[in-house]
Each structure stands twice: as structure tokens, then as C-alpha cells.
Write a protein that binds this ligand. Structure first.
Ligand code: F6P
Length: 359
């Protein structure tokens, strides 16, 4: 048996722990393991395919990033190709990928990725590729799994930032707006905001009214709390408005979500007269060592994925459905992205403890 591992999409702390556990579990069964570099680029002649053995995965379990590298621009069904005039044309290179995998004697692929990589996995599965998925997302937006590795690390990084912002905001009687990642999901903002005791949390699932946000800040002022911490998910949306995006994308690249923190800080200052500052936490949330929780979950996913391959659970993804790791068809996972449920206990507790959502 020869399996190949690929990591795709944005990196997440814990990828290396999945790779390590999967490689050691596969070697334990006497299988051969290959690593496809940079998503599927290694199979498309754009990068390498390497042997993954005990030495290669030794000492990587606690490291952030991925030893296989990754990309969110390498969909084999829509592979971007730069033209002489600077434009990008997307071509289908899936046949090439499948031929190369067959040439290398790859019996099964283990793909570790978020919604984009899982959608590619589903297409490959429909083309007859024997593939098993492991969910990876700091945003926690993959369905059918309670969580994925990377999310806990991102939330802890955001909590640490909120703790530090509290002391400086309080010293200066300022409002500080912290922008956290999450794309169209508000989990990082919600979880870090409640655990870090923010005053306002803005998430894409609850459109906000800026006047309601300012009301909360004024109300705190009147109560003698002259500072406020606003945690805004990068994809938060004002009622009737749109999410904020950053321009100047590379050719062929979608506009990036972001920029809400500074816009909010200016608007809150204009409306309340309070001194405001903003901070974009950005890729700090994706970097560094995974937390203990994420390392353990990643190792469990890696081991479970090899068992799923042994059981020929093709087209399925390992998932945490506490206390067990189970397998779910990727088609079911892709049916709808996971979003914050408005009646979830985390939202209810946040509201009951005085946190405003701007609604
Ligand atoms: O999906 C993970 C994520 O970190 C999002 O939270 C964020 O919007 C996006 O990726 C950033 O992508 P990039 O690293 O390409 O800027």
C-alpha cells in the first residue's frame, strides 16, 4: 500500500501533527508514504513529491506551518496559468494529476484541508481517486465536525491580544477595535470575545447597527467604564451593507476580506467623540505552535485518517463528534458551511453577560 499526503489552502497550526501521526500510523502497517508538496503542485510537475519516513517527521509534532508547504491557488480543476499579457487563465489539469499519481503507484490520497480542498477531494473522488479527507480550518467553518485543529490556537492568540489590549485601553480611556480572522464565520471573534470578556462582538452571522455599538460604548462611559474593547470578525457586516474587503488583489485573486477594524474605529470616534484605535491581528492567528488541544486533535485525526484508508472509506472525511472521531461523506460536509447558530449557548451567555452584538 502506498499513500500520498497533501496539505492545501491556508496553513493552520497542527498540520505537522496530522502529518506525523498519519505517517507513523501508516508505517506501522508497513505502508509506504509520499508527501505531495504545495497542495497538488508536486503531482503537476510544479514542485516535488517526497518520501515521508520516520526521520522526515521526527520532531515536527509541535511545529506550526506544514513541512509539505501549501497553497490556496492550486486547484487542479481550475489551475491558474499566467499568460504573456499578464492575465490568468484557469485550466483543468486533473487528468495529468491522476496519471502522475498512477505512475507513482499511489493507491490512496490523504488530503488535509478546508472547504476548498475538500471540494477538490470530492471532485477527485468522483473521478475515481481513492481519497480520504482531514478537516483543517482556523475559522471552524467546516461542517459535520465539532471543531478542527488550528481553531483553538487561533482563539488563544486572539484572547492573548484582547487581554493585552484591555490594559492599554483602560489606561487611556480608549476604545480599541480588534479585527480577527474567520472569513464568513464568526467563531474566532465569538469565542475569543466571550473568553476575553470583550464589550462588543461583531460577527457576520449577526449584522450590526453602528449606533447600537456606540450606544453600548456610551452606556459603559456613563457607568464609569471609560474604555471598551470591540472584537470584530473580519467578515462582519453592517445591516444592509457589505463586508469590508482589501483591494489590490493579485491577478486572478479574489478580493481579501479585511479592513473593518480601522473603519469601525473611525466611525465610533466620529459618533462618540471617544479616542479610538484599531488592530488587525492577521496571520499571527495562523502562525506558531499549536495548543495542546490542537496537537491532540491533529494527532487523532491523522491516526483516524489512516484507519479510514485501511477501511476503504473513500470520499469520506474524519470528523470530531465528541467523544469519538467518526467518518462522514465529504459530499455531506460540503452541503452547507458551518456558521454560528444564533441560539447557541455561547451567544446566549455572551448576551447575558452584557456583551453587545450591535443588533
Ligand atoms: O481561512 C483561513 C483564513 O485565515 C481566513 O480566516 C482569512 O480570511 C484567510 O484565510 C486569509 O487568507 P490569506 O492567507 O490568503 O490572506
Amino acid at each position: 500500500m502506498r499513500i500520498a499526503i497533501s496539505t492545501g489552502g491556508g496553513d493552520a497550526p497542527g498540520l505537522n501533527a496530522v502529518i506525523r501521526a498519519a505517517v507513523l500510523s501508516a508505517l506501522d502497517r508497513g505502508w509506504d508514504v509520499l508527501g505531495i508538496k504545495r497542495g497538488y503542485a508536486g503531482l503537476l510537475g510544479e514542485d516535488e513529491v517526497i518520501a515521508l519516513n520516520r526521520e522526515v517527521v521526527s520532531g515536527i509534532g509541535h511545529l506550526g506551518g506544514t513541512i509539505l508547504r501549501t497553497t490556496n491557488r492550486g486547484n487542479p480543476f481550475h489551475f491558474p496559468q499566467l499568460q504573456a499579457d499578464g492575465t490568468i487563465v484557469e485550466i483543468d489539469r486533473s487528468d495529468e494529476l491522476i496519471d502522475r499519481a498512477n505512475e507513482l503507484g499511489i493507491d490512496a490520497i490523504l488530503t488535509i484541508g478546508g472547504d476548498g480542498s475538500l471540494a477538490i477531494a470530492q471532485q477527485l473522488y468522483e473521478r475515481g481517486v481513492k481519497i480520504v479527507g482531514v478537516p483543517k480550518t482556523i475559522d471552524n467553518d467546516v461542517s459535520c465536525t465539532i471543531t478542527s485543529f488550528g481553531f483553538d490556537t487561533a482563539v488563544n492568540t486572539a484572547i492573548e491580544a484582547i487581554d493585552k489590549l484591555h490594559t492599554t485601553a483602560e489606561s487611556h480611556d480608549r476604545v480599541i477595535v480588534l479585527e480577527v480572522m474567520g472569513r464568513d464565520a464568526g467563531f474566532i471573534a465569538l469565542h475569543s470575545g466571550l473568553a476575553g470578556t470583550a464589550d462588543v462582538i461583531l460577527i457576520p452571522e449577526i449584522p450590526y447597527n453602528i449606533e447600537r455599538v456606540c450606544d453600548k460604548i456610551r452606556q459603559r462611559d456613563r457607568a464609569g467604564r471609560h474604555f471598551s474593547i470591540v472584537v470584530a470578525a473580519e467578515g462582519a457586516i453592517p445591516v444592509g451593507g457589505r463586508k469590508s474587503t482589501i483591494g489590490d488583489s493579485l491577478p486572478g485573486e479574489a478580493h481579501r476580506v479585511g479592513g473593518i477594524a480601522e473603519a469601525l474605529a473611525r466611525e465610533i470616534h466620529r459618533r462618540t467623540g471617544k479616542e479610538c484605535r484599531s488592530l488587525v491581528l492577521g496571520h499571527l492567528q495562523r502562525g506558531g505552535m499549536p495548543t495542546g488541544y490542537d496537537r491532540l486533535l491533529a494527532a487523532r485525526f491523522g491516526g483516524a485518517a489512516v484507519r479510514a484508508i485501511a477501511d476503504e472509506r473513500w470520499g469520506e472525511m474524519v470528523a470530531l463528534q465528541s467523544p469519538h472521531i467518526v467518518c462522514v461523506p465529504i459530499a455531506e460536509v460540503l452541503r452547507a458551511p458551518k456558521r454560528v447558530e444564533l441560539d447557541h449557548d455561547v451567544v446566549l451567555t455572551a448576551r447575558a453577560t452584557g456583551i453587545a452584538f450591535g443588533d
